[in-house]
Design a protein around this ligand. Structure first.
Ligand SMILES: [Zn+2]
Length: 85
């Protein structure tokens, strides 16, 4: 699992999409996964420039979406730094 260090809201929303990228492009490398200013930032790298463009645009979209998705429960909302139960 790529998002093992994150909460269930982000896992449910983004894990499958990240797995799909790895299935689609078996030669890519997961370089980093981090929480940055309340957003999920994922960086994949590829030796192929066209694939790199695809990876960057998909992960950019996930980053923007994560800014509006509660990491704790997956609900849409404003950017949240932490989940308040
Ligand atoms: Zn929540």
């Amino acid at each position: 699992m790529i998002l093992q260090d994150f909460k269930i809201g982000w896992q449910n929303k983004f894990e499958q999409r990240l797995n799909a990228l790895e299935r689609l492009f078996p030669d890519i490398t997961l370089q980093s996964v981090e929480r940055y200013k309340g957003m999920l930032r994922v960086k994949f790298t590829s030796l192929d420039n066209d694939i790199q463009d695809v990876l960057d645009s998909v992960t950019y979209k996930i980053e923007r979406e994560s800014a509006q998705t509660c990491e704790g429960c997956g609900k849409q909302g404003r950017r949240t730094e932490e989940h308040l139960p």
